[in-house]
Design a binder for this molecule. Structure first.
Ligand code: ZN
Length: 556
């Protein structure tokens, strides 16, 4: 027998993420599978006249990155929007907005992204008056990095019909000022959507995150435009070394668009999309939608096999749910989006259908409620290998730390989110949670040491999607106060949380996430050796080749 390789990658520092064979020099791919991982000599034996040989130039070769928590449609749309990342102060904001507005004279709504809560100053919150002073005559909407809060100018609020306020449901708020009119601050998707709907995508970028379910009145042109947006977004994913993405909002519309792209061009990354269960939906949706979509979309390239939910909002918007009061606001702990009873009922029903559950829980109160629900499901249905996920786990109550291991739950965390990391401000976050909770905030090491499985991701477009940027943030994270515990993981653990653990949480560890013969050929070749550079230089190590399913999806 002689397998002839289609692709050989040689002269690399191959970090396989396979504990049985952790390092190699070369690997070979035939079709969509890895056929050999080993020494230069062993792998060269599989070379033939048609083999494409890639010289890694001594760079690190890894399993393709798995972004375990992103919002692909929203992120893809934002690639063309105004970025306010690291913009600080009124004047800088004004300059950015005016430049972008001048360059985009036909946009019905100017949308800015990644505006810090303190973009105007550390003391004052953005209001419509600030934005009116920048752009009075065209609708303007700027989003906080977490997308849970946005600020609009007066003309945008007026056109959206919400200048005088509106009841937008529990956990959502059009913040009102003393003059009886909207202040400009909009909290959570029901409050933001009336304004975002003025934009060119009709607010469809909030799909799934909002309460709309499926977009309405979609024309053939909308559909084609949305597909184009997704294709650009996924090409961007491939350019960053990603071979798998796990979307955290979902509906049938996005699944169908992805399926069409797969049939027309082939998806450049593996895509996983959930059914998004909201608090007003009937329990029967788990069967008629979640389970039905799972049956319809179940290939290794496009899957719908889990349920996404939100238990709370965000700390800066005071919508995260804590066990004890917010430090700056006695009497307020936040309000959960589901009662414990209701959540337990859904978790139990989803678990019974064999569906994994992933729930956004930022505050320790929300994390506890989610773990309670997983426990209730295990009690009702019997314990199974459920790998239920908690998204973010920004603060955990010390009593709940061991529960991840006990319940087999996975902590899905974002190294680009701790205040003070990746260019984020420390305030108001640290004041809101209070110093007594700092040791339990973004507690990666503590959770891993307690036996929790952990995946890393960016929550794009909440934070930049680049895995190397995120890995650098993980490795350079600083403590908030001298003497605090260092919560960083090792470089190897961090890389595993971006590769092998991502496959585990998708129940695909038997075929991807490590470089091993017989596994799917998902590989990233980096232009440098990650073990040889300083932590602060990791983001400078760029992907030079991305291979997904045996196909080259990116070449520098
Ligand atoms: Zn998210």
């Amino acid at each position: 027998m002689s397998t002839q390789a289609d692709i050989i990658i040689r002269n690399g520092k191959v970090l396989t993420m396979d504990d049985a064979n952790p390092r190699a020099e070369a690997l070979a791919i035939a079709g969509n599978k890895i056929v050999a991982v080993g020494s230069e000599v062993d792998v060269a034996a599989l070379s033939g006249p048609a083999t494409r040989v890639i010289d890694a130039g001594g760079g690190t070769v890894l399993p393709g990155f798995n972004e375990a928590h992103l919002h692909i449609f929203g992120g893809s749309v934002e690639l063309s929007e105004l970025s306010l990342f690291r913009v600080k102060g009124f004047d800088a904001l004004k300059q950015k907005v005016l430049e972008y507005a001048a360059a985009n004279p036909d946009l019905a709504l100017i949308i800015g992204q990644s505006a810090d809560y303190t973009i105007i100053s550390d003391e004052e919150r953005v209001t419509r008056h600030h934005l009116d002073a920048i752009l009075p005559d065209r609708p303007l909407l700027i989003f906080a990095p977490d997308h849970h809060t946005a600020w609009a100018n007066t003309i945008a609020l007026t056109r959206a019909g919400i200048l005088e306020g509106r009841d937008v449901g529990i956990g959502n708020e059009i913040v009102m000022a003393e003059d009886g009119l909207a202040s400009g601050e909009l909290r959570e998707s029901n409050a933001i959507r009336p304004v975002s709907a003025l934009g060119k995508t009709g607010g469809r970028e909030m799909l799934g995150v909002g309460t709309g379910g499926e977009p309405e009145n979609i024309t053939a042109a909308d559909r084609a435009a949305d597909k184009e947006v997704l294709k650009q977004g996924m090409a961007y994913c491939a350019s960053l070394g990603l071979t798998s993405i796990q979307n955290m909002d979902g509906n049938l519309y996005q699944l169908e668009l992805m399926d069409e792209i797969e049939k027309e061009d082939g998806l450049p990354v593996r895509v996983r999309i959930p059914f998004h269960m909201k608090n007003f939906m009937p329990l029967s949706d788990l069967e008629t939608k979640a389970a039905a979509w799972r049956a319809r979309f179940q290939t290794d390239r496009l899957k719908c096999d889990f349920v996404k939910m939100f238990m709370d909002g965000v700390t800066e918007g005071e919508t995260a749910v804590f066990v004890d009061d917010y430090s700056h606001k006695p009497g307020w702990k936040g309000e959960p989006l589901f009662s414990q009873e209701h959540f337990n009922e859904i978790a139990t029903a989803a678990d019974k259908l064999g569906l994994q559950i992933a729930v956004h829980a930022i505050g320790d109160g929300a994390v506890r409620m989610v773990l309670n629900g997983y426990e209730a499901a295990a009690e009702a249905n019997g314990k199974r290998d459920s790998r239920n996920r908690v998204e973010h786990v920004e603060v955990i109550h010390p009593d709940d730390i061991p529960r991840f291991a006990e319940l087999g739950a996975v902590a899905s965390m974002q190294p680009v989110h701790p205040p003070g990391s990746a260019g984020l401000p420390t305030e108001p976050y640290l004041t809101y949670i209070g110093e007594e909770r700092w040791p339990y905030a973004f507690a990666w090491r503590t959770l891993v040491d307690a036996g929790a499985a952990i995946v890393f991701a960016t929550d794009w477009p909440v934070s930049p999607l680049d895995p190397m940027n995120c890995i650098e943030a993980a490795m350079t994270r600083d403590v908030w106060k001298e003497g605090m515990k260092d919560e960083r993981l090792s470089l190897h653990e961090t890389l595993a949380a971006y590769t092998r653990a991502g496959a585990y949480v998708e129940f695909m560890e038997d075929r991807k996430g490590v470089l091993k013969p017989g596994y799917l050929a998902d590989v990233v070749v980096l232009g440098g050796d990650v073990e040889a550079v300083a932590s602060a230089d990791l983001a400078g190590v760029r992907p030079v080749k991305t291979i997904c399913d045996g196909r080259i999806t990116f070449e520098a």
